[in-house]
Design a protein around this ligand. Sequence first.
Ligand code: PEP
Ligand code: MN
Length: 406
Amino acid sequence: MTRKLTAPRENLDRTVVRVRTSHPISGGAVSPVLIAFGGRAVPIIAGPCSVENRPMLLEVAHAVRAAGASMLRGGAYKPRTSPYEFQGLGDEALELLAEARAETGLPVVTEVLDPRDVELVARHADMFQIGARNMQNYALLAEVGRASKPVLLKRGFAATIAELIMAAEHIMAKGNPNVILCERGIRTFETKTRNTFDVSAVPVLKTETHLPIVVDPSHAAGRADVVAALSFAAIAAGADGLMIEVHPHPASALSDGQQSLTISAFMDLMIRLKPFAVAAGRDLSMPDTTDDVVEIGETLGGNGAAPFEVPEPLARIRRDIERVDRDIIALVGERVRLARDAGHEKRRAGIPIIDPHQEGQVLSRGPDLAQLAELPMSELRLLQQHLIAIARRAQAPDMYTPEDEE
Ligand code: PEP
Ligand code: MN
């Protein structure tokens, strides 16, 4: 092999890894959910170290979602240092995670320990986690490499950055390009923290790879009281996401209670994190809904309580509309990125950028799509024309003035 799959690309385009799932909404309809790692937004993954039981998982899932987390974490199979400690609920936890996703719409990430479980985990979770202890388990890396769901690859606690990159190569070489690297602290001589957060890994990985980087400050610190400070540092260093352990009662957690944030500490962290994201030229992913009707009025109207009481059925429909809008916009973003890629390829092949024949092809799918969406053809045409206009700008930005970009 001459060139590594993780190596930065010539055009310096960074990979955006998308996590997809779907969420049941009112009337039996299903709404797609799309989370992007490596884009402008910084998604926050939160949840308990281990899935301990149904009520605690659902409580944490609802709470972290309300606080603005985009994804739910929770260990089903736990790689414990001692074989006599809680090993996780296993398959039962996978069912509970799927239930928590159905209730909250949060996509789920969970660790897979054994190549034989990859298929089962893929059926329940939206992203695989490869734990620090398994970073160089090549049979496991190969198995998730043959799967199609994204992989959160954690750095081994005694692994160099170069070894982490080679572990990512093992996954990608099997055909799965959707790898997110995770810095979770390394072992040093320091004993005040469980590990030492290697903050320099973030910018170094960004120069040496095109992959998104997530930081797990919880396992780096091993103590809840410094998780917030490490989170700020991670965002400032350019992290594309965070993964944070949250537990309703850390003192009684079955694993990693000492480093787990309470729900209120997590809510507080989310509020304090935002200015760091903005200062780094990023933003936190927005929570897609809020359970509080009055808060919706405040957010949108910007001037206090809604002028009249919104009945709950209407509030529910509005929350669904908000979520659908968010998903549509995320998909439009994806379409624009694809158009941009198509533009690169056309330039490379010497094909004209604006291609009326291809645009005609897109328009010719209108009647089928109108039927699919149960929309009048006139409305569908309107949507397609706007999509084509946006795609043209993405492919040929030089043909549009800055005003056009506004
Ligand atoms: C975890 O995320 O719960 C975990 C076990 O992390 P690590 O593999 O980084 O120790
Ligand atoms: Mn843990």
